[in-house]
Design a protein around this ligand. Sequence first.
Ligand code: ADP
Length: 401
Amino acid sequence: MKILVINCGSSSIKYQLYSLERHHILAKGIVEKIGMKGSFLKHEKETGQKVLFEGEILDHKIGIEYVLGVLSSEKHGCINSLEEINAVGHRVVHGGEEFSESVLITDEIIHKLEKFIDLAPLHNPPNLKGIYALKALIPDIPQVAVFDTAFHHTIPQHSFMYAIPYALYKKYGIRRYGFHGTSHKYVSNRACELLDIDPSSAKIVTCHLGNGASACAIKNGKSIDTSMGFTPVEGLIMGTRSGDIDMGAVAYIMDKERIGTKSASTLFNKHSGLLGISGISSDSREIRAAADKGDERCLLAIKMFDYRIKKYIGSYAAVMGGIDLLVFTGGIGENSDVSRAGICEGLEFLGIEIDQNLNEGLKGEERLISKAGAKVKVIVVPTNEELMIAIDTQNIVCEKI
Ligand code: ADP
């Protein structure tokens, strides 16, 4: 079965064409700078052969046309005709309270997704543009929506509610939704598979640490808490997002700086986090390099980043009544041995003990890094949200046939 996985951002389209019988990627690529000067498509075949197309890509529909064109082209493609694509799986950021799992996209579902634009104004509109484009270009091929929020649907109410007037929850759906769900689900399942652990009786903390970062408490196979909230700005310190902050401070800053909600949102989403503290970069590698040369603010940014994650791991161990497995993923979690070591330092009392020989130099590979005999297993699992989307899409489509 061939599944096309589509992830539409505001000015980009990432795609991967999977052959699920052989569980591998036939081709992948990205369209960037949609609607801007210098738009292009970068395409790579499974042979590693790469090609770059530059052209005027004015909107997502034209971008998708480029993608379908290159996938089925004689010279650079990997399929003879578009009919070989059995289904399309879309990453959709927000599924609101309605979607607890992936769904086959129908007109009624599109209508419901349009209603969630209000909840995810930055993410859901481009996701929908991808859906509209594929519906118009290959109308007979089934499409599936896979939600970032769905895995967190099992979070109990006492954990997802904010202590604000209940009427606001009812009126506007103000509550914790959580994001990165596809990644937390994939890495927790994969870690259990690798370590022969039964997820239905395990207490797991997953740390997805990339530009966006979140932690998740997974008890008996279900997400019971996660650090991102109503929006992806809550929780851990991220590349440019503040994470947790006293809302009293938010109101005070808005008042003092005389800024409105839009500027405040930009401040806490785009100018905060590692970038805000270091004043240098949102990229952890650049911060680490400056810290190694003695830059005080970069040293502080790293300490704050690690400390916040440590707090979440501790609190999740508390609410789950212990922890059996700690999983690291995302650009930092997968590649930075020093970050993993910094986060785990001092957590020996919980049974978290890293073997430095196993941890050191480990980049982008699946590997157990805890000491032999340690109470908690600590493992690195590179995330693979696209594969998860492809598998979910296959399952939904096969169910409906
Ligand atoms: P996104 O959330 O945009 O998908 P990524 O998962 O790619 O982000 O993570 C980006 C972060 O990962 C950056 O802070 C970057 O410095 C870090 N990172 C990526 N590769 C490495 C590496 N080889 N070593 C250390 N950090 C890395």
